[in-house]
Write a protein of this length. Structure first.
Ligand SMILES: Nc1nc(=O)c2c([nH]1)NC[C@@H]1CN(c3ccc(C(=O)N[C@@H](CCC(=O)O)C(=O)O)cc3)CN21
Ligand SMILES: CC(C)C(=O)C(=O)O
Ligand SMILES: [Mg+2]
Length: 272
């Protein structure tokens, strides 16, 4: 009898069950080959709408479309087998009504085969989070610095620097947890606030620029790899991939110009 090792995908309930346990590891992934690497180490991968800025050169995430998210979502699902894949709902596809949010989230799930969606907003999105989760769509919430609101906030600004604003952000965290979100991203908030929220809510908090007090961490892959020439302050550099690409491209250009590439090893020969 042959023994087959079945690797089952990590699910949204698996992530939820990690509250208060071993830290949850996550990174963004936007394409198949990088997803295959991240898949071996991360608990979940986010196909984030930051892909509009990272992959497509946009100034913000506001212009990202559902088709862009689904194209990259399919690539990441195809390139991975173990980690949960979460796809960001882009600006304008979920805010108007719970039913419109459901229609677009269902399209994302059906057309990418991802395991969950993420949307930005706290108390104001609670009704929508409940509507989706009650109908079979796991939702990750995202509060604090919500980049899709860049035009009303007036920039990518750290939240909760003034403790007078903490109660609103705490209420957002409580509201998304009560509504059924399986986890919540805390972005760009001060450490003591992240610590209090993590202590108070029943679901895992995933921090980005929100200190080590969270139940897990996420970073944009290209930022931590050293591909982004101007990364936010909360990014730690784990690689120098930008410099590695530059060295390789320069060496190739030199080889072509000096006719050093291709050599006999890289060419096709006539049949004998
Ligand atoms: N490549 C990339 N990485 C990200 O983390 C990311 C994106 N893109 N796009 C969507 C949002 C936007 N994000 C950002 C972008 C810039 C700052 C930033 O420059 N922050 C200032 C702090 C501002 C303050 O102190 O209030 C910094 O100096 O880090 C923060 C978050 C996070 N997300
Ligand atoms: C920064 C993470 C949390 C995100 O939402 C994104 O990459 O779009
Ligand atoms: Mg996002």
């Amino acid at each position: 009898m042959s023994q087959e090792i079945v690797t089952r995908r990590i699910t949204a309930p698996d992530i939820r069950a990690r509250k208060g346990g071993e830290p949850i590891v996550s990174l963004t992934a936007y394409h198949a080959h990088t997803a295959a690497i991240v898949d071996r180490y991360a608990d979940f991968m986010l196909v984030g709408d930051s892909l509009g800025m990272v992959m497509h050169g946009m100034d913000s995430t506001v212009g990202v479309t559902l088709d862009m998210m689904m194209a990259h979502g399919r690539a990441v699902v195809r390139g991975s087998k173990r980690a949960l894949v979460v796809v960001d709902m882009p600006f304008g596809t979920y805010e108007e009504s719970p039913s419109e949010a459901f229609r677009n989230a269902a399209r994302i799930m059906k057309e990418t085969a991802c395991g969950a969606v993420k949307l930005e907003g706290g108390a104001r999105m609670a009704e929508t989070i409940r509507f989706l989760t009650e109908r079979g769509i796991p939702v990750m919430a995202h509060i604090g610095l919500t980049p899709q609101a860049v035009n009303t906030i007036g920039g990518f600004k750290t939240q909760g620097r003034d403790p007078a604003h903490w109660s609103v952000i705490k209420a957002d965290a409580q509201a998304v947890a009560d509504a059924g979100a399986f986890a919540v991203v805390l972005e760009g908030i001060v450490e003591p606030l992240a610590a209090e929220i993590t202590r108070e809510v029943s679901i895992p908090t995933i921090g980005i620029g929100a200190s080590k007090e969270c139940d897990g961490q996420i970073l944009v892959l290209e930022d931590m790899l050293g591909l982004n020439p101007k990364p936010p302050k909360f990014v730690k550099q784990y690689g120098a991939v930008g410099a590695a690409i530059e060295d390789a491209v320069k060496a190739y250009a030199d080889d072509v110009r000096t006719r050093t590439f291709p050599t006999d090893e890289q060419i096709y020969k006539l049949k004998k």
